[in-house]
Design a protein around this ligand. Structure first.
Ligand SMILES: [Zn+2]
Length: 387
C-alpha cells in the first residue's frame, strides 16, 4: 500500500459540492465531486447527536487538530474516505447549515449566522490527509484494524466492511434504513440501533443460526436478499401471531432460536394470552423475560421464571418449629425421612443440611411464604424437585 501525506487540503475544498442524504443518514460527496464520503463498507453517520458533531466544530474553532484523515485513491482523480467520514460529514453538515453550535453566550448559531472571521477560520482550516493506494483486499484488511476515534466499529459494521458487495448494500437498505416504516414495529422485538447495523445483525443471526460471517461470505455477491428477508419476516410474524400484546420484556429475546424450537407447535391463542396476563400479575416471578419461553415450552421449565425463593428468616423459623416437633416424637426433622424405613428415620438434620420446599408447588398456585414452606433434607428436596 502506497501512502502520500497531503497538507494543503482545506475544509472549504472538501465542502465544495458537499452532499448529505438526510434519509439514509449518509454524507455522500465532496471535493468538487471527486470524493465519495461514504463508500459502502463505511458505517452510517453516527455523529449527529449534538455532542460529537458539535465537538468537531469546536475543535476547529479552537484550532485543535482534527486528527489524520485517510483517503483511498480509487481512480486518477477519485477518492473514497477510508477513515474520517464522521468528521468530514460533521463539518460538511455544519458549513451547509444543517445544525447549530452554541456560541460563547450560549446562543445556538448556524454557520451562516456566525461572524465572517469565524466562518473563514473554519473554511481555511487545513486537514491532514493520507492518500492511500493499494489493492482492495489490502485496504479493507487495514480498515479492519483501525478504529475511528472514539467510537470503535462494532462486529456487524466490521463484517459489513469485510464482506461489502451487493448483498450488504441490499441488507443495509432493508435493515438499517431509518426511513423503513417496519423498523418501528421491529423495535418491539429487537434491541439496539438500526443505524449501527444491529437489526441487520439480528436478521443475519437468525437466518444463519448464528453463523453470520459464513452466511455473509456465501451470499456476498447475491443480488437479492429474499431468503434473509423472508426468514426474518417469518420469525416476526410468528411471534406476533402467538403473543398479541407487545410487552417491553419481549425486546431482545432470542426469537430466532425460539422460532426454530417451537414453530411447529400449535397453541391455543386465548389460553396463551391468559397465561401471559396471569404470569405478569404473579408477584413471585422475578424474571419476566422468561415468561414467553416458559409458555412456548408448555410451562415445563419454571426455572426460566426465576421464581422467588424463601428468605433466610422463613427458613430458620420453619426449621426451628419442625425440629422441635420432631424431637418430641423422636423422628427425623425431615418429614420424608421420618416416614421412611432407613437409618435416617430419626435423624435430626442441621439447618445447613436442609433446603426449603414449596409444600404446594408454585406452578400449582403455591405461595412463597411461611405457610407453604417445609424444610427437607437435601436428598429428599432434590428428589422432589426432579419429579
Ligand atoms: Zn429426608
Amino acid at each position: 500500500m502506497k501512502t502520500t501525506l497531503k497538507t494543503n487540503i482545506t475544509v472549504n475544498d472538501i465542502c465544495e459540492g458537499f452532499m448529505y442524504n438526510e434519509s439514509e443518514g449518509k454524507g455522500l460527496f465532496g471535493l468538487s465531486g471527486k470524493l465519495t464520503i461514504q463508500p459502502e463498507y463505511q458505517r452510517n453517520y453516527i455523529y449527529a447527536d449534538g455532542k460529537k458533531d458539535v465537538a468537531v466544530i469546536k475543535s476547529i474553532l479552537r484550532g485543535y487538530p482534527l486528527g489524520l484523515i485517510y483517503f483511498n485513491k480509487v481512480g486518477s482523480d477519485k477518492f473514497e474516505v477510508l477513515d474520517g467520514q464522521q468528521r468530514i460529514t460533521s463539518f460538511g453538515r455544519y458549513v451547509t447549515n444543517k445544525f447549530a453550535v452554541k456560541d460563547e453566550n450560549g446562543m445556538e448559531q448556524y454557520f451562516n449566522g456566525i461572524a465572517k472571521d469565524k466562518q473563514e477560520k473554519i473554511l481555511e482550516t487545513k486537514i491532514l490527509i493520507y492518500e492511500c493506494e493499494g489493492r482492495e483486499s489490502e485496504i479493507k484488511e487495514w480498515f479492519k484494524t483501525i478504529n475511528i476515534a472514539g467510537v470503535p466499529l462494532n462486529d456487524q459494521e466490521l463484517l459489513n466492511a469485510v464482506y461489502s458487495g451487493p448483498f450488504v448494500t441490499l441488507g443495509k437498505e432493508e435493515f438499517s434504513n431509518s426511513q423503513n416504516a417496519n423498523i418501528h414495529k421491529w423495535r418491539a422485538y429487537i434491541k439496539g440501533s438500526a443505524n449501527r447495523q444491529e437489526f441487520l445483525e439480528r436478521a443475519l443471526d437468525w437466518v444463519s443460526k448464528g453463523n453470520i460471517g459464513d452466511y455473509m461470505s456465501q451470499h456476498r455477491n447475491d443480488t437479492n436478499i429474499k431468503e434473509l428477508k423472508n426468514y426474518f419476516n417469518s420469525v416476526i410474524e410468528w411471534v406476533n401471531s402467538i403473543f398479541k400484546e407487545v410487552e417491553k420484556e419481549m425486546c431482545g429475546l432470542e426469537w430466532g432460536r425460539l422460532y426454530e424450537t417451537y414453530k411447529n407447535t400449535s397453541y391455543d391463542l386465548k389460553k396463551v394470552s391468559g397465561q401471559v396476563r396471569t404470569l405478569y400479575a404473579d408477584p413471585y416471578i422475578k424474571n419476566r423475560r422468561g415468561i414467553f419461553e416458559y409458555i412456548l415450552g408448555g410451562g415445563k421449565s419454571p426455572k426460566l421464571l426465576d421464581v422467588r425463593v424463601f428468605g433466610e428468616a422463613t427458613k430458620q423459623s420453619v426449621y426451628a418449629e419442625q425440629t422441635e416437633k420432631a424431637k418430641g416424637k423422636s423422628v427425623s426433622n425431615c418429614p420424608l425421612c421420618a416416614v421412611g424405613h432407613d437409618a435416617n428415620k430419626s435423624k435430626i438434620w442441621k439447618l445447613e443440611e436442609m433446603e426449603a420446599d414449596h409444600v404446594s408447588a408454585w406452578s400449582k398456585g403455591g405461595t412463597t411464604d411461611k405457610n407453604n414452606c417445609q424444610m427437607l433434607c437435601k436428598t429428599h428436596n432434590r428428589a422432589k424437585g426432579n419429579r
